[in-house]
Design a protein around this ligand. Structure first.
Ligand SMILES: Nc1ncnc2c1ncn2[C@@H]1O[C@H](COP(=O)(O)OP(=O)(O)O)[C@@H](O)[C@H]1O
Ligand SMILES: O=C(CO)[C@@H](O)[C@H](O)COP(=O)(O)O
Length: 479
């Protein structure tokens, strides 16, 4: 019997990943990946090239019936009237629009930043920081007026890739009105809210006018057809796709340690946090996705391993040979500045250095604990906004690290479930593709993946010491 196949794409910060699964059972049939270039400013053509390479690595997708694209959130993709990309996209981790974020917050509060933060949270569920598209558009209008003037439409990475897959089939003249997005990614722009739809007034406030925006599709609504006739799902932001991929239930908080560190849960109700810690995103099923995001996660572990002349496994072995709390050594991991807390100009720091803790093992442990403490702060912020936490589901490249898996329950103070290593964002996109194709009311129930459960005695002193020191960091040198 021939089976029906679906494909899910994760066009994330560091790589493009493609999974091909059985639409009914969810069985993994084949997969592929290709790297993205480094940097916080990337031309969307690079994502397209990597997508083609990842599809080829996965053995092609001519036999696939539906495709959904999930991708890194917030990236600013500007298109001119002919559909040409105006300038390389500014990514979610590009902090150059931090002053524009401050300006937008202050302006909405008529000069009062606190009132402004509350007004933004009330309007869109989120207080904009440099990551959000709305602040990048203000930056473009302020710093590159010629590019701003050429911009006819603005979309996000997953919108653009879906459009390219569709446009390549549709016609020779790209049709900007065929751009689509979904609730989850639209909620990361800063000019869309579930309750109101697009807030064109906020877009105009930031950009000075109202460029064309993608149509926001319902969950499982078809975007169109790809070149090979495959149905295109609406796609999603990568975190919303991950929630679909792990089939998170009530009491589950997902922690993803990828390029970004994210802490999020599926919720029946929206949040509006005026402190800006919790972003009030929408999910990919018609619900909500309160989320905390840090800029410094797996790459902190990568560079620490590099400094210590080892790899991820070596880092884990070293970290597990040092005591909890690393004998007072504390790493504040703000290597790329930070988003939560909002410290775009901060640098990382090492505190509490003594002769006794001057070992590779102590540094390895402190780096892992530093990343986890930042995420534990995020967990607290979610709890403060009514999210129930019974267990943490740990995913992302960092979850492949044995020390991260073992230290996480001690730092978080709750059991940690680790699904078998996989590409959960791409899996969620594939599940959405199947949902779109099958046309049922809910996503298909796929066979659950094997999980391991990690428990540990809580180490609250590790978090207390981190909390005492996290604001003691130097600022970045001016460029
Ligand atoms: N064993 C490991 N220990 C620590 N980090 C790891 C390990 N395996 C992979 N990673 C890191 O995970 C990151 C990629 O994670 P991923 O979730 O795919 O990121 P993204 O989706 O942001 O591209 C890379 O920085 C990689 O080095
Ligand atoms: O900005 C956010 C969430 O708000 C990030 O989570 C990006 O969506 C990038 O994700 P990764 O590439 O790190 O998975």
């Amino acid at each position: 019997m021939t089976r029906t196949l679906v494909a899910g794409v994760d066009s994330s910060t560091q790589a493009c990943k493609v999974v091909i699964r059985d639409a009914v059972t969810g069985e993994l049939v084949r997969q592929g990946r290709a790297p993205h270039p480094p940097g916080t400013e990337v031309h969307p053509d690079e994502w397209w090239t990597a997508l083609q390479a990842a599809v080829e690595d996965a053995g092609g997708w001519d036999d696939v019936s539906a495709i959904s694209v999930a991708a890194q959130q917030h990236g600013m993709v500007c298109l001119d009237a002919t559909g040409t990309v105006v300038r390389p996209a500014l990514l979610w981790n590009d902090t150059r629009s931090a002053p524009d974020a401050d300006d937008l917050v202050r302006e909405l509060g008529n000069g009062d930043p606190e009132a402004g933060a509350k007004a933004w949270a009330d309007a869109i569920g989120t207080v904009p920081v440099a990551s959000f598209t709305v602040t990048k558009l203000r930056w473009l209008a302020r710093c590159e007026p010629a590019h701003a003037a050429r911009t006819a439409a603005v979309c996000l990475p997953h919108d653009w890739l879906t459009w390219r897959l569709r446009a390549s089939e549709d016609s020779t003249t790209p049709d900007l009105t065929a751009l689509t997005t979904d609730r989850s990614d639209a909620s990361g722009t800063g000019y869309w809210a579930a309750a109101t739809g697009y807030r064109q007034d906020l877009l105009e406030r930031a950009f000075g006018r109202r460029p064309l925006l993608p149509l926001v599709l319902e969950p499982a609504e078809r975007s169109g057809l790809a070149r090979g006739g495959q149905v295109l799902g609406p796609g999603a932001g990568d975190n919303a796709a991950a929630a679909l991929g792990v089939d998170a239930g009530p009491g589950d908080v997902i922690v993803s340690i990828g390029t970004s560190g994210t802490v999020f849960a599926v919720s029946e109700t929206p949040t509006a946090d005026p402190t800006g810690a919790v972003a009030g995103f929408a999910d990919a099923t018609g619900r909500f996705l309160p989320l905390v995001c840090t800029l410094n996660a797996a790459r902190v572990l990568d560079v620490t391993a590099r400094i210590l002349g080892t790899d991820g496994d070596g880092l884990a072995e070293l970290a597990l040979s040092a005591p909890a709390g690393a004998d007072g050594l504390v790493v504040i991991p703000y290597l790329e500045g930070e988003r939560t807390p909002n410290r775009p100009n901060a640098t990382g720091a090492v505190h509490g250095w003594t002769l006794a803790n001057s070992t590779p093992a102590h540094l390895a442990r402190a780096a892992i604990e530093g990343v986890l403490c930042g995420l534990a702060d995020g967990l607290d912020a979610l709890v403060a906004h009514g999210v129930a936490v019974q267990r943490v589901v740990l995913i992302g490249g960092g979850a492949r690290n044995a020390a991260v898996r073992q230290i996480a329950p001690a730092v978080f103070g709750v059991p940690v479930i680790v699904p078998e290593p996989g590409e959960y964002v791409a899996d969620g996109a594939a599940r959405q593709a199947a949902w779109t194709l099958l046309g049922e009311a809910e996503p298909p129930q796929w066979k659950a993946t094997r999980t391991d459960r990690y428990e540990a005695s809580p180490t609250p002193w590790v978090r207390e010491r981190y909390a005492e020191l996290r604001d003691l960091v130097a600022q970045r040198l001016p460029h």
